[in-house]
Design a protein around this ligand. Sequence first.
Ligand SMILES: Cc1cc2nc3c(=O)[nH]c(=O)nc-3n(C[C@H](O)[C@H](O)[C@H](O)COP(=O)(O)OP(=O)(O)OC[C@H]3O[C@@H](n4cnc5c(N)ncnc54)[C@H](O)[C@@H]3O)c2cc1C
Length: 471
Amino acid sequence: MGRTAETDVVVVGGGGAGLMAAATAALAAGGVRVTLLEKDSSEPCNSVISSGFIPAAGSRLQRAAGVADSPEEMAADILRKNGHQSDPEITLELCRRSAETIHWFVDAIGVDLEFAPEVSWLGHTHPRMHGHATRSGVPIIERMRERFESLPNATFLDETPGTGLIRDREGAVTGVTARPHGAELRIAARRVVLATGGFNANRELLAQYIPEMADAPDIGARSNRGEGILWGLDAGAAVDHMSGYQGRDCVFDDGTRLTPGVINEGGIAVNATGRRFVNEERDYSQLASVYRAQPGGFAVFIWDQRIQRMTGNMHVMKEAMRKGGIAKCERAADIAERFALPAATLEEAIDAYNAGIRAGTDAYGRKNLSEPLEPPYHASRITGAMAHTQGGLRVDTAFRVLRPDGRPVPNLHAGGNTIAGLSGDTAGGYTSGNGLLVAYTTGMIIGRRVAASIRGEREPPGGPQRHVATP
Ligand SMILES: Cc1cc2nc3c(=O)[nH]c(=O)nc-3n(C[C@H](O)[C@H](O)[C@H](O)COP(=O)(O)OP(=O)(O)OC[C@H]3O[C@@H](n4cnc5c(N)ncnc54)[C@H](O)[C@@H]3O)c2cc1C
């Protein structure tokens, strides 16, 4: 028999959703005791790996930039992109609360977020992205963790993987089991929050639910193995949209990322035949499996000095350059030689693309025709990668975990990529920002709700007891 502990709320997973749920619960009135279990914070979670772009409609930062927007328009964009597959009430609830999430970061814990309208984003009809000046998820996670750990009612247990749920005879969740440094730990809790992310790093689950990406490079968090989803299933919960995911491209040889900007600003993709094969601006998430389906499983991105000047300062681009994933080539023939492509066909492909731009048309239907590509070029051999999964546990608008018949599993909440997200069943259903919108806003809603419900249990009927001062 290992150690035992007792708390009010236990959150499993110290990434974006888990830290947000833990911090908002611990900061809420009533001093609810919150214990957060993290498998290993030295491994970056997806919220850290991400560029940290959080979409929101109606934030004061968005308004100050002169953008008129509404949660209803944002929800309509997300639903249009996913073919109306995500739950419309949950979609609207998250969009309604999205601005509150941004304001919470700025006002409650002092994360310096700014409006980030610089890049065009999948699916959004208005600029909605907010991010840290570094365009990285790191400062957001660091600040939340610092704030959480500074609270007297908060306990952060690092290197403590959760191993399962504790349930009573009726099936109500009463705590979790964990394994800190190989030892057994049982934590009794009134509410359990599952925030273990998705299953991008679990090849067996990928083979079962997303077979086209089962052996794709994984650029997401290595610790996201779908445990929370599996425990929920074990507790009788339903799952939805398990085949939904965010795809990305990455450098073929080492999985380093490039920015979508190299394509969005006018770069092209050719395959091993030296020809273009797709409308490259179609959808970076959906295109991941298209790149993998090309001969040899790769494509070559080609962009020029103008685009390199616009994107080269981003940290992902510097990293790819440092690792040798981006080649600078004086002429098209050098690209052909470097990546073993037929030189004449490649030159024709670039010439035809440039001629199309001058004529205002594109053979593959690109709409955003910027400027012809001019030598010298930059080029990278890329393939399609798995970024994060979007399917998971079925929940209601309070993010309680639901059984197939719609009844909640008592005392169990889930957020972030552990729940069925906003992308529906496919990679093409992903609207940029669906990841962090869900992670941070579900975390905020869950944290406040669990704190309020525990406070309600403690308070006698009729509300909080008045303290009557005695002379
Ligand atoms: C390359 C890349 C770029 C992205 N860019 C963006 C972006 O700009 N905007 C956007 O909206 N989304 C983006 N996303 C998606 C976004 O990062 C995720 O959707 C989001 O971070 C999910 O948050 P989460 O809390 O569910 O998971 P995570 O942040 O991954 O946190 C899960 C945590 O749970 C822990 N854990 C797992 N199992 C256990 C266990 N058994 N016990 C204890 N702890 C456990 C993990 O160690 C991890 O810390 C990007 C993703 C990738 C991969």
